[in-house]
Design a protein around this ligand. Structure first.
Ligand code: HEC
Ligand code: HEC
Length: 375
């Protein structure tokens, strides 16, 4: 119920008669929508229902929303790595679905090309929703009267005509409405209204674009800010600790891949394989330990951080960068570290200011749902 209430709050912030994808929010470009999957209100509502349906898991207890919960800014914060069926744990931290419509690839290693393809995988991942194949989903949507009516209305299809394609299209259409801009930062930077920005946050912005060099990957443009370059970088998280094993791990992985293992399953069930990052997709050593630059929008609500959830707070993140790509005393940076990561020589105050800046990237609807949950 709370989830629905929270969601209704978000919907109330929309101008009547517009679906979110059509409405550009302050700080964000219009949402890209593929030609073969246009947005309609009915399709979005169907996708919302599918996203929350726990029957699409082997135990009947896990839905997409289990790990992407609106009350937690569409993550499972404060979990380090996600828990699926029977509390089985994966290897990676659940990224937010908010603004994922803007990414040019999905997942931390970019192994999926679009939102439609992305949602195929969790259903059948053994540590997520655990289905053996997609047939149980089709059995439900072809027979449950509410779904039968909805698929007929949205796609003009029934019975065997309904396939996984329609299911994933509806989910993706729903996800393309989970967009959020209009933060205190957006109002200040793009609309000249600085009321939500403290002096510390403004100083933090200067560090972000200056000495901290954050903006070189977490991009801010003249009229919009996605806070990502949609590229992959090794910033020294995770792989620093296993670098001696990399040649052996890489060799074993390439062999297994040639033999046809499922990469989605491999990276989410083996923590060392997970650390290969983008390499596991491209087989290029340049991509070793590299992960997708995350958006920083709503970052204050989604701790812990990084692909493995290894950094607990935003301050820990900034200290990691300030050190030049390591977190713990005595840790050696790995040989594949991005050239963009080097010691920053930030003062304690600059570190605090950067954190204050990142705290201004929270969209109003998620502040409201987070505080509604606390009450
Ligand atoms: C058990 C928890 C869990 C469930 C259930 C789950 N996810 Fe996720 N989701 C994750 C994790 C963890 C990742 C990151 C995995 C990776 O990058 O390898 C992720 C990644 C994503 C991404 C990519 C975001 C980005 O920044 O690239 C999207 C979109 C997403 N999930 C949507 C869904 C949808 C839709 C469903 C239901 C069909 C779903 N998830 C089910 C945990 C979960
Ligand atoms: C060379 C590119 C690059 C630079 C420079 C950079 N980042 Fe990142 N950032 C990334 C990548 C890539 C990730 C994801 C890495 C991972 O999970 O292993 C990330 C992750 C993060 C995260 C965690 C996101 C999440 O959802 O868990 C935060 C916060 C962050 N960066 C803040 C900053 C700040 C602040 C600076 C400047 C001090 C900065 N970044 C500089 C590329 C960069």
């Amino acid at each position: 119920m709370r989830r629905l209430l929270g969601w209704a709050l978000c919907l109330m912030l929309l101008a009547p008669g517009l679906t979110r994808a059509e409405q550009a929010l302050l700080g964000l470009p219009p949402v890209p929508v593929p030609e073969n999957n246009p947005q309609t209100p009915e399709k979005i509502a169907l996708g919302d229902k599918l996203f929350h349906d726990q029957r699409f898991s082997s135990t009947g207890e896990v839905s997409c929303a289990t790990c992407h919960d609106v009350q937690k800014a569409f993550t499972d914060s404060p979990l380090k790595v996600s828990e699926g069926i029977e509390k089985l744990t994966g290897t990676r931290n659940a990224p937010t679905v908010i603004n994922s419509a803007y990414y040019t690839t999905l997942f931390w290693d970019g192994r999926s090309p679009d939102l439609e393809d992305q949602s195929i995988h969790p259903f059948v991942n053994p540590v997520e929703m655990g289905l053996a194949n997609h047939e149980p989903i089709l059995a439900i949507v072809r027979n449950d009267p509410e779904y039968v009516a909805a698929f007929q209305q949205v796609f003009g299809k029934s019975g065997e005509q309904i396939t996984l394609t329609e299911v994933i299209q509806a989910i993706a259409a729903f996800e393309r409405t989970i967009v959020a801009g209009d933060t205190p930062f957006d109002r200040w930077y793009f609309a000249g209204d600085g009321r939500g920005m403290s002096t510390a946050a403004k100083r933090g912005f200067e560090v972000f674009i200056g000495q901290g060099r954050c903006v070189s990957c977490h991009v801010i443009e003249q009229t919009q800010a996605l806070f990502t370059d949609n590229r992959f970088h090794n910033i020294g998280v995770g792989i620093n600790n296993i670098q001696q094993e990399v040649p052996e791990l890489a060799g074993a992985f390439l062999k297994a891949k040639a033999e046809g293992i499922d990469v989605d399953v491999a990276v989410l069930t083996d923590s060392k394989t997970s650390e290969l990052g983008r390499f596991a997709i491209t087989d290029q050593f340049d991509d070793m330990g590299a992960f997708k630059t995350s958006t920083l929008r709503n970052i204050a609500l989604t701790a812990p951080y990084m692909h493995d959830g290894s950094l607990a707070t935003l301050r820990d993140v900034v200290v990691h960068y300030n050190n030049g790509g390591f977190s713990k005393e005595g840790e050696q940076v790995n040989a594949f570290l991005s050239g963009g990561i080097r010691p920053l020589n930030l003062s304690e105050q600059q570190i605090d200011d950067l954190v204050a800046f990142m705290e201004t990237l929270t969209s109003p609807q998620f502040v409201q749902t987070a505080s509604a949950e606390r009450n």
